[in-house]
Each structure stands twice: as structure tokens, then as C-alpha cells.
Design a protein around this ligand. Sequence first.
Ligand code: WTA
Length: 632
Amino acid sequence: MNMKLITSFDEYQKQYEFSVDNPETFWADVAENFQWRKKWSRVLEWDFHKPEVHWFIGGKLNITENCLDRHLPARANQTAIIWEPNNPADASQHITYQQLFNHVCRVANMLKAQGIKKGDRVCIYMPMIPEVAYAMLACARIGAVHSVVFAGFSAGSLIDRINDAGCKLVLTTDGAYRGDKIIDLKSIIDEALEKCPTVERVLVAKRTHSKVKMKPGRDLWWEEEIRNVSDVCVAEEMDAEDLLFILYTSGSTGKPKGMVHTCGGYMVYTSYTFKTAFQYQDGQVYWCTADVGWITGHSYIVYGPLSAGAITLMFEGVPSWPDMGRFWHVAEKHRVNIFYTAPTAIRSLEKAPLSFVRQYDLHSIKVLGTVGEPINEEAWHWYHDNIGRGECPVVDTWWQTETGGFMISPIAHVTKLKPAHASFPLPGVQPAIMDENGNELLANGVEGRLAIRFPWPAMARTIYGDHQRFKDTYFSTFPGKYFTGDGCKRDEEGFYRITGRVDDIIIVSGHNMGTAEIESAIDEHSAVCESAVVAYPHDIKGQGVYAYVICYDKPHEEEKLRKEIRELVAKIIGPIAKPDKIQFVSGLPKTRSGKIMRRILRKVAEGDTSNLGDVTTLLDPAVVDEIKSGAL
Ligand code: WTA
């Protein structure tokens, strides 16, 4: 692909200005680099009030022809995916573009044999093995819509997601390795499917060879079914605006939001931003440590890198097993050139002795990246100095499940670096910092809420089955603009710095969670009458979960009840949502209209009780003293 790379800051500024003045020409030029079955007739139609956004109208394509077929003439024997297994003693795999093509076609044919057609929804609940990438691409190949659910989510979360999307088929494995643990994925699926009437078939790949129950008439072994199919599958022709996938993200209310991404714009944007921000060069080994269950895995392990013909590394394991040097071991072993991870991982690895880093030769690394939450300056410096030898740029990419791809990010080797700053908007991205009254702050040296005033190709088009919620959540706070839910500063030099969420979403170890979702899980406990969840600063996770819980009767054995509540939350949502701290209280600070004053709860959770602000509007100001004195 000969997309014009930006090689200097001047060039960036020129291209940026051009993209703002001529967005349609700018994106049409980028889109020309891909293989379309039929060219678009119009580049963009949009209205942020409705909201409605369409890119590359009338264009026909299949994203997998761009990720696979298109590369075969030149790269059939080049590695597409390097797979590193959980256990370092097991062999890694190098899957070429030709092999990837054949694997994807086989899985696509296997899905077709089960009656899956264009537009059907397929749930993917799998660990980080090559088959998960085959599965996603196979869905895309035949026009089925995938909904990947992170394999750390519990049955309860699966039920919500499978039913909301109306999935017909589930792809899973017998089990998953995670460090020294084995997770029984299949039994979690079995439990969930008791409450998922739309699922007709489950295809189970073998990974751990654990004993599992196979339900006759519903469950089939992947290895058996795949034997009967051909390794060539003609790609379905998709409209640029046809659905590619649904990916759920937490919302401020309990129900997760199924963000809908479409084929054309998503492909163009993830490929372009991957190449631009990381300055990816042909033949480089790129490693993103995310899980494919999150948007980072979708856009920057699978679709972005593969559409750019890159070598993308997939890692099944965890950073801390068999020891805290695993990431660096893998980076040395596969001579990784671009390394992209989350601040929470950096902070946990920073706590380990430096010898875990120093025993490996990390000179192959040229570019570092981070994503998922604001990176603190200390972690930034540790990363830059110890992993990047003080030489590699840290590309701090700000973006969201909703945005589909990077929005504000340095461009490697081009943008001057400022620790903890996502720096500047990429070409085509038009941020706006808004004050509380909805006015845009135009100057530099300002702080407010981050909105985006113009569409970009990879933006989510709707929330699956609930367009009104899409409008209410993202387009009503600042009419005519997309509201990100993040706070943001722009300094005197124009650098952007994301300050964190300004809504009821908290980010624990890089995973977004709605406080309402955790509260409703806690409230399921028979002893619990009501709860309120807030975040507090946590050394490694970034934010920890602090729960205030009211019980019907004063608990006798607080520790026991805490344990039960934690386990319940793990069961309903997943272990990532377990509260770190649980404080039992007899009341919550509520206003006369019944609204919980979370500001107070947050302050107490942060350990700052000196100035709680005005509490006179509270129904019962006395609860504040109780909460303060019982703070954990
Ligand atoms: C936060 C992950 C600061 C932010 C791609 C955003 C960040 C939310 C950064 C989206 C960053 C992500 N600096 N904050 N570089 N990247 N965030 O949907 O609050 O899992 O709104 O997408 O993560 O999280 P999501």
C-alpha cells in the first residue's frame, strides 16, 4: 500500500489542515489505496443531530479481501500472524498470509455449512489463539456480524450480550489458559446458553483438552466440522455501510451498549491510523498486547495491521507468568519492533525488579505505544527509559470503542513528545473542548470536556437496536457534536491531555465499567438493600472499585459478606469488576430529590475528607459523618 506517510511535523500540519478544509478529498485519497469491488459514489453524508453518518456511499468491498487476498501476490509467504502461546515451553507459530487466507476460508465455509448467512450475528468467546482471528475474519468474509465477548466475562455478561445481538451461533473453546490457570470457557457458555434462546449451534475448538459436556444437536467440535470444508471461500460483497461487527462497551446505565461498526470506513481508518501513528514499515514485527475481546484487539491486532499487510503478534498469556519478564522475553524472542500496551501493564511491570527487563535484548524495539487510560508521568518515563532506552517515541493513543480507531495521538518520530499527553489530533479528527455551558473553548491553555465536531470514517454508527440511546449518550450533551465522556486539557502549545472520564464510567486496569452495572450486581445479594460504586486512585490498576453498601440488617460478619459480594460480582459480570473495597454504611448521601451525591463518595474513597463541599442540600447530612469515619 502506498499511503503517503507523514515524515515531518510540517507535513503533519499541512496534511492536518488539508483534512479539515477538504475532508472528503482527504479520505477519498486514503480510500483509493484499498481494493473495492465498486467505487463509492459519494464520500460522506452526515448529520450529527439525527445522528446519521455514512462514509463511501455506494462503495462495495469485503474487508477480508483487503486483509488477505490483496496481499497474496506479494506476500503469500510473509508472516501475517506470529502466535506466542501461554506457556513459553510450547512452540510459537508463524502463520503466513497464504495460510491465514486458507484458514479463514475454511472457518468461513464451516460457518456457512451451519447455515450462517450475511447479516447473522455470531458470538465469539475465545482465548487469544490464532483461531479467534480466523473466526473474526471468517465472519467478515461471509458478511456475518461478529460480536466478540472478552473471555474474562462471566455467564451473566454473556447472556446480556448474546441476547441483545440475537446471536445464532457461538464459537468457543473447551477451555483457556491464563498463566498457571485453566478457565472452563465451555461450562461458562453452557451456563449462559440456558438463557439464550436464539443460539442454535456452538462450535467448540480444542485448546486445553479439558473434559467438557457437548450438548447433542447443539454443540459440534470445530476440528471435526472443519475437515469437511474447502479452503477457498469467495468473499461476500458488502456495502461500505453494512455491519462488520458489534462490540459491547459499558454504559452509565446498567445495560452494555452494542457499538455498531461498518465495513468501509472502519477498514480505511484503522489501516491508515495504524500506519500513520506507528509509522509502520514493511516487514516490521508489531505487537499489541491487548485481548481481541476489546476494541484495541479488533482494530490494532486484527483489522488495522492485516489490512496494512503487517506482521502482527498475538500473545495468549499474561505479563506476570511464568515471571514478570514475560513481555520482554517475547519481545526479544520475536524481535518486536513496535510494542503497544496499556498503562496498567506498565505500572505493574514497573514494580518488578529491573533485572526482569535487563536480561533481555530489547534493541529491536523502535516505537512504543500506550492505550486505555491516561498514563501517569512516572510510568511514561519508566517505559520510555527502560523499555525504549530513552530513544523510542511513546505513542500515547487516545481513542474509544466508539471511535473505532486512534483519534488523538503522537505520530512516531514526527511529533515532539510530552509525557502523558496524547498530543495532537490525527488528520481528519476535529476535537473541540467544551465548557460546562456548552461553549467551545477556542484558545489554548484551556480545560473542559472533549467533543468531536466532524465525523471520521471509523466512528460507530449506532448502538445495536437502540438508536435513541446512541443519540442521547453521545449527541445530546453538546448538540451537533459527538461527546466523548472524557475530560481534556489543551496546553499553551496546543498539546492535548486527556484527564479521564467525566461520567459514571470507571477504568479498572484499562477495562471500562459502568458503576451502575457493578451496583446492580452487588444489589443481587440477598443481604444488600442498596449500593453505590465509585472509583479511587489505585497504584497499578489506575482506578480501583470502591463500593458503599447498605444492608437490610447490620452485617455480623463483615469479611464473610465482603467475600460473598466480591464473588457474586465476579459471577455476574466477571472477575475484573470485583470491588477492591467494600464499606458498609447505613445510608448514602442523597439529595432531597433522591440523587446520590457521588462527589462526596468519591472524595471519601480518595481519602480526602477535608473539604467535601456543600452538603446542605442533602436529605440527611449526618450520613456523611458516618461515611467519613468508616472510610477504608
Ligand atoms: C480512556 C479503548 C487517556 C478514555 C481504546 C476513553 C484514554 C476510554 C486513552 C475508552 C489515552 C483510552 N489516554 N485516556 N491514551 N485511551 N482512554 O472504549 O477515558 O475501552 O474514553 O477504548 O479509555 O475506552 P475503550
